[in-house]
Structure formats: structure tokens, C-alpha cells
Ligand binder design. Structure first.
Ligand code: ADP
Length: 612
């Protein structure tokens, strides 16, 4: 069987995603490989497909223990025999599985890094043929990464113990050069074939929303977008998680919570209910998500601002792994910055580390305040040049609101910073400009500077918004300290002496114009909505009978293709993306039946995807 046949037979796809082919062929050719791909890039297929074609066994090392059972279930759904070994299993179960592995019953074995150098496991690998060791989340070996796991340091020793060195394949979604170099070095990859895929996720619609009443925004959003679909709402604290869950429940939404303070049983249950589509929305702290690869999350809302761009991109990136249009919304309020700063302040990090954290936070603050393309700003953070200045698929690019000249306001603010000798932070500057009689202002004698009260008629929020914009545009610098101070940048001189004008959006509240219709789907097909809903009901019923997640039966994109092409034979069904031999065997007939009935009732004819 060649790689395309395997791709079609097992996975039901007829083409590779970017970067996959190179890695698959490299591994099959006996080379070490390093795949750097964003979430949703299709890393699993990069090791699952060669694993089928290689003789012997592929070990997949992963820190995501909670995910292993689902991964093995998914493999079984497509006809690949697999198992897993981790600490959730009783000893006798582990022994039984080791025995089965020895007997050659499996092609893929998922294993937690902690188990690798156990006596039983090191003995096992001496007796069986390991053709490949695939290391998922490979950045966990790097101390520079954000998820360092000491147990990953055990991997190189383990590989050295394998009698015939297997292909070593490493995968990560982290692109920082420092981390990538360390992965290669520490894992001892031998002249690896590297495949780096761009970090852009074209199907995600990014937006930053500034509202004073976040709950009412979320309520409006949920009423108008993705009513039937899954979504995650991230909050900064457990308290907020509970409050938001309760309020949304009262409003009649299907919502559960997830945070570190809950007992592990309820947490697990809520997570399972979310994955199985029994509830639509999960409200969670950042404790949720590491082990989740639910592909059909249609929206991720950040109720509070996270710590930095890396965290934001990772969490927001849990939307739309299946390539379908999905939304990532960050609800922004300046008080979130204060909260994040307090977290850094109260940490026990060194001063140098603290300063890096402040700097990272500032990048996200700038992201929230920019009028430019949000996608470009994200990609820039990850060191990628975006092709165009506008992506036409983010809150800023689709916002047509009028720009107004705020040069005068900018001049007032900049002179105030100058007048107080660049010694104070945002709040004091605002108070001076608005002529506050606050005790501290009077104590510092700031009521006697010439800019005192020159912006009396503006609300506190508006002045703050303009200051934040000036920071993101680079006219004002913020020192990276516990108590950040505003300073003038070299560019501010041009504004002060009238050589440069500054513009800002007229209405300060941004609301997304319509649901993500503008978002680009990875596979854009015009499908029959009614049939899609029928197929989705059938999928739900089948998945409940089997106790697996609906997406393990078929992805949304597969159902949409069915509802677009009305396949009515086995051959036509196998031409649908995501329908492989094994899945056809399990579910093909049930889906065909619905499609045939529907097509007959509505006089629909079968169409062929390949003929367009
Ligand atoms: P990652 O681990 O990189 O986040 P996954 O392995 O979970 O990504 O894959 C993301 C999604 O892409 C999954 O829904 C998977 O089924 C789909 N996918 C993978 N390879 C292909 C392909 N060649 N064609 C179409 N879809 C694919």
C-alpha cells in the first residue's frame, strides 16, 4: 500500500495537509523528523500514517494522559490497532497490555514519559521491534518552553536503550527558535528533516471587544452565533468561572464549569459532557484544554485577558481545529491588565523574569488596542511576516467605522506626561488631565501643573482608551516595572509639534458586524442545511450508542460534504473527505439511508466531489 492509498483507506482523505507529506515520506525513508505545526495542523496523521506502513510498532510519547484513551478510540474507529500505557491503569491491566504488545497485537502504543524507563518497559523494548518513536508536544523537553516536564528528560536515555535505533519523530506547536534548537539537541535527533508550517489559522476570526458589561455581550453573542455548537469561555479566576456559569445557566444556556478547585470527578464529568456534545459551553480557567483535541469548537471567548500572546494564541487556537470557520473573541477591559500585573507582582520570580513577563503582557495589551490587522499582529509575534497588511477576516479588518482625528487629545496627553517629568503611571496621568482632587494628586502638587484639568470633559474610560492607543502606536513608552511609568518616545515629538496627526476609530465600542460569515472555511462547500441537521442527529445517536464523541464518528466537514454531494452508493460515499473503509463499514449504511430518503423526497441528485 502506498501513502495515498493508506491516506484514503484509513483516514478517508485524498490529499495531505501542508507539511504532512514531507514528514510522512521522511519517516518512511528512515529519517528522523521534526514537525512544527500549529494546533489543528494535523500532527497525529504525521506519525499514524507511517506507523501503519512500517513493520513493527510505533511508540507515541505524550504528556497528555487524559487524551490517550480518546486517541486510541479514534484509531480504532479508523481500523488501526492501538493501545496505551499510563498511570490511569491498574498494574494487572498494564501487564496484560504489555503481553498483548509483545504478541504483536498493536501498531501504535501511546505511552506516558514516566513509564518509559520502568523495568517492565525497558525489557519489553528489547524483545519487540520498535520502528518509530514519535514524541508529541516535544517542547516539553525544553526548559525554555512554557510546559517543561522533567519526565521528558528521560526520553533520550530510553531511546539509547532500544537495541536497533528507531526513527525518532518529534512534533510541537511551539515555534520559538530557542525551544526548537533545544528539542533537536536534547532529543538527539540525527540530521532531522524539518517541516515548519506557518502559524496562520485562516479559518479563525479574531476580534477584540471593549464592553463595560461583558455578560450582556456574551448573552447577545450566544443568541446570535453558533447556537447549536460547542464553545469555550475562558475566565481568569475560579470565582469568575462560577459566577459566569451560574448566570449563563439562569439565562437558559447549556453550560458547565471547569477549574482546578473542583473535585476531579466533577471536572472529568464536565469535560466528558463537553466533548460528547452533551453540553454546549464550558466556562473554564486556563486549567482546561491541554488534553483536549475536540475539533469542532466553534468559538473561544476570553472573558478576561490572559497573561501573554503565547497563552492567548494557544487557548484561542482550540477553536476550529477542523478548519471550519470559528471565532476567537477577547473581551478587554483595562482592569484585566491590573489583575495580570498583580499576578506577576505577587509571584516569586526574579526581577529579570518579571520584566520579561511585563513585556509579554504589554504585547497583548497592544494587541487589544491596535487599530491594525489583528492576524498580522499575532503572526508578527511568532516571527512570521504576514503577506498583506489586512487579512479581511478579523475584527479590525472588517470594521468600517469612521476614523477621527485625535491629534489634539494626543497632544494634551503627551504634554501632560512631559509636564509631570515622566514620573507617573496611567491612572495619575488620567487624574491630572481630568482635574481630579484625589489626595495623591494634591500631595504630589500635580494640581499646579499646566495640563491639570485640560481634559475635564472626557470620561475616564475615553482618556484611558486614547492613552492605550498611543502606547500601541508607539508614541508613549511604558516602563517594564511593577509600577509602570509613562514616558515619551522619540516619535511623540512629531505629534507635539504638529508634524504628525493621529487617528482613532470613532466609536470606541467594537461590535462584530455579523456572525463569522466572512470567515474562510478550509473546505468551502454549499451544503443543504436541513440534510446536514438530519445527519448530525444520526451522528449524535450513533455516538451515544457507542459512548464516543460525535466527532469520532464523522467531523462536521464530512457531514457538510455529504449534505452537499448527496452520495448514494458506497463508491460515492468513499469519495467524501473523512470517510475511509473502516468508517464506511461501521456507519456508511446508516448515513446512506438518510441521504437516499432525503434525496428522493426533495428531488436531489448525487453530485461528485471530484467533478466539482
Ligand atoms: P494537531 O495535533 O496538529 O493539533 P490533529 O492531528 O488533531 O492536529 O488534526 C487536526 C484536524 O485535521 C483533525 O480534525 C484531522 O482529522 C484533520 N486532518 C488531518 N490531516 C488531514 C488531511 N490530510 N486532510 C484533511 N483533514 C485532515
Amino acid at each position: 500500500m502506498d501513502i495515498y492509498q493508506a491516506l484514503q483507506t484509513y483516514f478517508g482523505y485524498d490529499e495531505f495537509k501542508a507539511g504532512q507529506k514531507k514528514i510522512v515520506e521522511g519517516a518512511l525513508g528512515g529519517k528522523d523528523v521534526l514537525g512544527i505545526m500549529p494546533t489543528g495542523g494535523g500532527k497525529s496523521l504525521c506519525y499514524q500514517l507511517p506507523a501503519i506502513l512500517m513493520d513493527g510498532i510505533t511508540l507515541v510519547i505524550s504528556p497528555l494522559i487524559s487524551l490517550m484513551k480518546d486517541q486510541v478510540d479514534s484509531l480504532e474507529e479508523i481500523g488501526i490497532p492501538g493501545t496505551f500505557i499510563n498511570s490511569t491503569l491498574e498494574d494487572n491491566d498494564i501487564n496484560y497490555r504489555l503481553q498483548e504488545i509483545r504478541q504483536g497485537n498493536y501498531k501504535i502504543v501511546y505511552v506516558a514519559p514516566e513509564r518509559l524507563n520502568t523495568y517492565a518497559f525497558t525489557r519489553l523494548v528489547k524483545d519487540i521491534k520498535i520502528s518509530m518513536v514519535a514524541i508529541d508536544e516535544a517542547h516539553c523537553i525544553s526548559q525554555w518552553g512554557h510546559d517543561f516536564r522533567p519526565s521528558y528528560a528521560e526520553i533520550p536515555k530510553f531511546i539509547l536503550n532500544i537495541p536497533r535505533r528507531p526513527v525518532v519523530a518529534a512534533y510541537t506547536a511551539t515555534a520559538t527558535r530557542l525551544v526548537v534548537d533545544e528539542i533537536k539537541d536534547l532529543l538527539g535527533l540525527r540530521d532531522p528533516l524539518e517541516s515548519i508550517i506557518g502559524f496562520d489559522r485562516p479559518n479563525l476570526f479574531y476580534q477584540v471587544v471593549k464592553v463595560s458589561n461583558k455578560l450582556s455581550y456574551v448573552n447577545d453573542y450566544l443568541k446570535n452565533n453558533f447556537q447549536e455548537d460547542s464553545g469555550i469561555i475562558y475566565c481568569a479566576t475560579r470565582k469568575t468561572v462560577e459566577a459566569v456559569t451560574e448566570k449563563l445557566n439562569l439565562l437558559g444556556y447549556s453550560v458547565v464549569s471547569y477549574h482546578g478547585g473542583m473535585d476531579s470527578e466533577s471536572r472529568q464529568k464536565n469535560q466528558d459532557d463537553f466533548i460528547l456534545n452533551k453540553v454546549k459551553i464550558i466556562v473554564a480557567t486556563n486549567a482546561f484544554g491541554m488534553g483536549i483535541d475536540k475539533p469542532d469548537v466553534r468559538f473561544v471567548i476570553h472573558y478576561n485577558m490572559p497573561q501573554n500572546m503565547e497563552a492567548y494564541y494557544q487557548e484561542a487556537g482550540r477553536a476550529g481545529r477542523d478548519g471550519e470557520p470559528s471565532d476567537c473573541t477577547l473581551l478587554y477591559s483595562p482592569s484585566d491588565i491590573v489583575k495580570q500585573k498583580l499576578l506577576i507582582q505577587n509571584s516569586t520570580f526574579s526581577e529579570k523574569r518579571e520584566n520579561i513577563l511585563y513585556e509579554n503582557l504589554q504585547y497583548l495589551v497592544d494587541y487589544c488596542n491596535t487599530n491594525d490587522c489583528l492576524r498580522s499582529m499575532i503572526l508578527e509575534y511568532f516571527g512570521e511576516d504576514s503577506l498583506e497588511a489586512k487579512c479581511h477576516n478579523c475584527g479590525n479588518c472588517v470594521d468600517n467605522s469612521e476614523m477621527v482625528d485625535i491629534t489634539l487629545e494626543a497632544q494634551k496627553i503627551l504634554s501632560c506626561i512631559y509636564r509631570v517629568k515622566e514620573r507617573f503611571g496611567v491612572s495619575i496621568i488620567i487624574n491630572v488631565l481630568r482635574g481630579s482632587k484625589n489626595k495623591r494628586i494634591l500631595e504630589f502638587g500635580l494640581n499646579s501643573v499646566s495640563t491639570y484639568g485640560i481634559m475635564k470633559e472626557y470620561s475616564e474610560g475615553t482618556v484611558r482608551e486614547i492613552i492605550m492607543t498611543l502606547i500601541s502606536m508607539g508614541y508613549i513608552l511604558v516602563t517594564a516595572d511593577k509600577f509602570p511609568v509613562l514616558r515619551l518616545s522619540a516619535r511623540s515629538r512629531d505629534v507635539l509639534n504638529g508634524n504628525e496627526r493621529v487617528y482613532h476609530k470613532k466609536h470606541l465600542l467594537q461590535v462584530k458586524p455579523s456572525s463569522s460569515k466572512s470567515a474562510k472555511a478550509a473546505h468551502d462547500v454549499d451544503f443543504d442545511e436541513e440534510l446536514f441537521l438530519e445527519l448530525r442527529d444520526l451522528r449524535y445517536t450513533l455516538s451515544q450508542e457507542k459512548g464516543i464523541a460525535p466527532f469520532m464518528v464523522f467531523h462536521d466537514s464530512t457531514l457538510k460534504e455529504m449534505a452537499a454531494y448527496f452520495p448514494q452508493s458506497k463508491e460515492a460515499m468513499l469519495a467524501i473527505k473523512g470517510v475511509g473503509e473502516k468508517k464506511y463499514e461501521s456507519y456508511g449504511q446508516s448515513f446512506l439511508e438518510i441521504i437516499r430518503n432525503y434525496a428522493q423526497k426533495n428531488e436531489k441528485k448525487e453530485r461528485r466531489p471530484f467533478y466539482g
